[in-house]
Write a protein that binds this ligand. Structure first.
Ligand code: A3P
Length: 450
């Protein structure tokens, strides 16, 4: 096994913070709740300040968030909060107005008018070509490993987002491994008991492929996009998308866009209040660059990252309506989820640690899901060519496999000044996120943004 980089020191012990009040419950309560409530409100004021400085005159996304050159950093989230609250249990936040001219960025509208097929990723890049680039590939990577789609519903997979079960089935055949060992075709289809809800480019595919190694987990390989794009198809449709499970097995799926979908928390809550939610988060600056890199790979003609990141670069006006930037304002999105779910039902996985210490992060995931720690360091090895950890024995195969070439791309070089400005822009939101989650992800301490 190749040597592993030494994992970074663990984050300092989290402050004990309670979740904000659940739906219908007043903010009055124990001091910890008050504190978080105040923090949430102060986030709102931070956001308000940004919006006023940006001159948009609106409290809703999308906004242009201004950071003038040399200007003081935005007020920290600990400032006294104004009487403003984002969202409310009885009135979930209104969906954001469509971002301006996404087409020029190669982006589709964020909320497609027509429901898309499961697995269709953001950017409107779904194609019928399958998702071989997004799969865990055998080492060395073999192109064109694709199974035949069994279902018309599942075959339109976005190349960027998902590995289909069909693809994996094709690999099983190619590997000569018996699918009956780990993926029996009997049992019952159930609605998921756990979801990976985000974030896009956080490392969600790596997490899903690692957890599905667990014999007590069955996960759908495609992204069903039920709670954002396919909700009107109904729960029976959703259940049908799921793999069959035996008693005691957990059904899971991942759709990273749920985390930034306003309606998702309410919809998921109405399906299963006790569902477990997992969010893989990553330094939002790196995440934005990764997101951009993905789009660039499909649409080389789009403007540079530096151009897209600003409404007005001279004024330092950051364009938070650009989804690559907006997705990384984790605290604002989380606020929406905490209207419906207690913090204890959400696990935040560090995308950075998932790379340097996958077994450590998987231990937390398995504990959170109430599973025996079956996926351990012996399941991973570091592939020097890939530059990432790979699985020794994926769910469907006894052969080692890395993720495909759409995972772990080389990022374009970004002007360090732009990175600096983005880091300053995200800092107060990151601080707020650390407070809300009780976890310090240490993104401010990172030297580079790769
Ligand atoms: P980059 O391609 O920018 O490096 P998602 O699956 O949510 O789209 O996330 C993709 C990111 O997962 C990749 O972003 C990569 O950094 C990260 N990642 C984490 N573990 C990985 C692994 N074992 N192999 C490849 N990429 C991994």
């Amino acid at each position: 096994m190749a040597p592993w980089p030494a994992p970074p020191p663990p984050p300092p012990p989290p402050p004990s913070l309670a979740a904000p009040p659940p739906p219908g419950v007043s903010a009055k309560g124990p001091p910890a709740r008050k504190l978080l409530f105040m923090c949430t409100l102060s986030l709102s004021v931070t956001y308000l300040c940004y919006s006023l400085l940006g001159g948009s005159g609106s409290l809703q996304f999308p906004l242009a968030l201004q950071e003038p050159p040399g200007a003081a950093e935005p007020p920290p989230p600990s400032l006294p909060p104004p009487p403003v609250r984002l969202g409310a249990p009885s009135q979930p936040p209104a969906p954001p107005p469509p971002p301006p001219d996404n087409a020029s960025r190669g982006e589709p509208p964020e909320t497609p008018r027509q429901p898309a097929a499961p697995g269709a990723d953001g950017w409107g890049l779904a194609s019928g070509s399958g998702g071989s680039r997004d799969a865990w590939l055998r080492t060395p990577m073999t192109p064109g490993e694709m199974g035949t789609a069994q279902s018309a519903l599942l075959e339109r997979e976005a190349p960027e987002s998902s590995t289909t079960d069909e693809e994996l089935a094709g690999r099983r055949a190619a590997n000569g491994s018996s699918s009956a060992v780990s993926t029996p075709d009997y049992g019952e289809k159930k609605l998921p008991q756990a979801l990976i809800i985000g974030v896009k480019k956080g490392g969600t595919r790596a997490l899903l492929e690692a957890i599905r190694v667990h014999p007590d987990v069955r996960a759908v390989g495609v992204e069903p996009h039920f709670f954002d794009r396919n909700y009107e198809k109904g729960l029976e449709w959703y259940r049908n998308v799921m793999p069959k499970t035996l008693d005691g097995q957990l059904t899971m799926e991942k759709t990273p866009s749920y985390f930034v979908t306003n309606e998702a928390p309410k919809r998921i809550h109405s399906m299963a209040k006790d569902i477990k939610l997992i969010v893989v988060v990553r330094n939002p600056v790196t995440r934005a660059i990764s997101d951009y890199t993905q789009t660039l790979s499909k649409k080389p003609e789009i403007p540079t990252f530096e151009v897209l990141a600003f409404k007005n670069r001279t004024l330092g006006l950051i364009d938070a309506s650009w989804s690559a930037i907006r997705i990384g304002i984790y605290a604002l999105h989380l606020e929406n989820w905490l209207q419906y779910f207690p913090l204890s039902q959400i696990l935040f996985v560090s995308g950075e640690r998932l790379i340097v210490d996958p077994a450590g992060e998987m231990a937390k995931v398995q504990d959170f899901l109430g599973l025996k720690r079956v996926v351990t360091e012996k399941h991973f090895y570091f592939n020097k060519t890939k530059g990432f950890p790979c699985l020794k024995k994926p769910e469907d195969s006894s052969a080692p496999r890395c993720l495909g070439k759409s995972k772990g791309r080389t990022h374009p070089r970004i002007d360090p000044d732009v990175i600096h400005r983005l880091r300053k822009f995200y800092k107060p939101f990151n601080m707020m996120f650390y407070q809300m989650t009780g976890q310090d992800f240490q993104w401010e301490q990172e030297e580079g943004d790769k």
